[in-house]
Design a protein around this ligand. Structure first.
Ligand code: PMP
Length: 412
C-alpha cells in the first residue's frame, strides 16, 4: 500500500508558504508541478557527491554519474511498461520529443498526399510540428471532431483515418478539457490502416497508470516537470524498429561512433539522439520523481484526483454564470477544470484569485484551435494534483465567489 494521503502535502516545502497573506493554494499543476523533498534532495546529492559528465570518463565520479543516469532509463521503461531500455530517449520535454518525431520520423516517412490526423484537443506542441511537416512534404492535416461534451468523437476518428493516413497524433489527456482519450481504440484504427500512432502523454503520465504497449502507441512523449521532476527533462519513448529508422537531428559529441573528415557513423539508439552534454541532474531527478510516484501508486493518485473533482465540480456547476468546459460528469475527467465566468475576463479572474493566494492559469493554454472550436479566446484553468486537498477546493470556490461578488455584483 502507498503512503497515507494526508502525508503527501508535507513532502512539498513550497506549499507551506503564504501568498498575498493567504495560504498558497497551488492549482496550476497542468503547467508545472511542485517538487517533493525526495526529488530536491536527490538532485542536491548528485551535485554534492557524484557530479561528472557521463559516458566519457573512466574516473570514479564519471562512472557513478553514468550509472545513476542510465538507471533512470530502465526506471522509465518499467514505469510506462516499455519493452527495452533502448526505447527511452531523454529529451528536454514533450515539445522536443514531438518535434523530433515530426522532423525525423515524419520527414523520412511521410510523403506528398499522405494525411496526418490530429484532434481539436491538441496542444500546440502536438500540432505546429505536424503543420511544419505537412508544409514541407506536401501532406494534409485532418482534425478529429469532438462530441458535444468535449470528448474525442470516435466515429469522426473512424471516418478520418484511412489508408491515406500516415500518422495519427493525439494527446492522451487534454490540458484544457480534462478528458482522457481512448488511445487504444484509435491506435487500433491507425494500425488497421498502416498508420503510426503518436501520443502526447504530457497530461497523462503524471496522473494515471500508463502502459505504452497496451495503448498501442508507436511513439509516446512526456515531460518530467509535470510529474514532480525538474524542468528541462522529458522522454521520447518509441518502438525500437521505428527509432532505428530515424536519423538523428542534433550532431556533435556523445552521439557518434566514429568521425572521419567527411563521414560519421552514429551510435546506436538511444544514444544517437542524445548529442552533447545532457541534463544529467534532471534525468536523475526524474528517477527520484518516478520512485516517489510509484511509492504512492498511480492508481491512488488517479483516485485522489477523482475524489477532488467529484467534490469540486458540482459546487462549481452551481455557480451562476460559471461555464465549465468539457464533460460535466466528474467520472469522465482528470484533475483539470477549465472555466469562464460570464462578464469577467479570465485574466482578471486569475488575478483576483491570486489575491486570495489561489494560483490558477488563464489564457489559451497553447491550444488556440481548441479555443476557437469552443468559441472563446481564453479560459481560466484550475488543475489539481496529488498534494491538493478538499480545503484547496473550498478556497478555490470561495475565491471565485468573492471575485464574482467584487467584479460583477458591484460590492466594490
Ligand atoms: N502537451 C500537453 C498536453 C501539455 O499540456 C504540454 C504542457 N503544457 C505540452 C504538450 C508541452 O510540454 P513541455 O512544455 O513540457 O514541452
Amino acid at each position: 500500500m502507498g503512503k497515507k494521503m494526508n502525508n503527501w502535502r508535507a513532502d512539498f516545502p513550497i506549499l507551506a508558504q503564504k501568498v498575498n497573506d493567504e495560504p498558497l493554494v497551488y492549482l496550476d499543476n497542468a503547467a508545472t508541478t511542485q517538487k517533493p523533498l525526495a526529488v530536491l534532495q536527490t538532485v542536491r546529492d548528485f551535485y554534492e557527491n557524484d557530479n561528472a559528465n557521463i559516458h566519457r570518463g573512466v574516473h570514479t565520479l564519471a562512472q557513478r554519474a553514468t550509472e545513476r543516469y542510465e538507471q533512470v532509463r530502465q526506471k522509465v521503461t518499467d514505469f510506462i511498461h516499455g519493452n527495452d531500455w533502448h526505447e527511452v530517449v531523454f529529451t528536454k520535454g514533450t515539445t522536443e520529443a514531438l518535434n523530433w518525431v515530426a522532423a525525423s520520423y515524419g520527414a523520412t516517412h511521410v510523403k506528398a498526399g499522405d494525411e496526418i490526423v490530429l484532434s481539436y484537443l491538441e496542444h500546440h506542441s502536438n500540432l505546429v510540428p505536424w503543420q511544419q511537416l505537412a508544409k514541407k512534404v506536401g501532406a494534409k492535416l485532418k482534425y478529429i471532431e469532438l462530441t458535444a461534451d468535449g470528448q474525442l468523437d470516435l466515429q469522426s476518428a473512424a471516418d478520418l483515418i484511412t489508408d491515406r493516413t500516415a500518422i495519427v497524433a493525439l494527446c492522451h489527456a487534454s490540458n484544457v478539457m480534462g478528458v482522457v482519450n481512448p488511445i487504444q481504440a484509435v491506435s487500433q484504427l491507425a494500425h488497421a490502416h498502416g498508420a503510426v500512432m503518436v501520443v502526447d502523454g504530457a497530461q497523462a503520465v503524471p496522473h494515471l497508470p500508463v502502459d505504452v504497449q497496451e495503448l498501442g502507441a508507436d511513439f509516446y512523449a512526456f515531460s518530467g516537470h509535470k510529474m514532480l521532476a525538474p524542468t528541462g527533462v522529458g522522454v521520447l519513448w518509441g518502438k525500437l524498429a521505428l527509432l532505428n529508422e530515424m536519423p538523428p537531428l542534433e550532431f556533435g559529441g556523445e552521439m557518434i561512433a566514429n568521425v572521419g573528415l567527411y563521414e560519421t557513423d552514429f551510435k546506436e539508439v538511444p544514444y544517437k539522439f542524445e548529442g552533447g552534454t545532457q541534463n544529467i541532474a534532471g534525468v536523475i531527478g526524474l528517477g527520484a520523481a518516478i520512485d516517489y510516484l510509484q511509492a504512492i501508486g498511480l492508481e491512488q493518485i488517479t483516485k485522489h484526483e477523482q475524489e477532488l473533482i467529484s467534490y469540486v465540480l458540482p459546487q462549481l456547476q452551481a455557480i451562476d454564470g460559471l461555464e465549465i468546459y468539457g464533460p460535466q460528469d466528474p467520472s469522465l475527467r482528470t484533475g483539470i477544470l477549465s472555466f469562464n465566468l460570464t462578464g469577467l475576463h479570465p485574466h482578471d479572474l486569475a488575478s483576483a484569485l491570486d489575491m486570495d493566494g489561489v494560483a490558477v492559469r488563464a489564457g489559451h493554454h497553447c491550444a488556440q484551435p481548441l479555443m476557437n472550436y469552443l468559441g472563446v479566446s481564453a479560459t481560466a484553468r484550475a488543475s489539481f494534483y496529488l498534494y491538493n486537498t478538499k480545503e484547496d477546493a473550498d478556497l478555490l470556490i470561495k475565491a471565485i465567489l468573492d471575485a464574482k461578488e467584487f467584479f460583477l455584483n458591484g460590492s466594490c
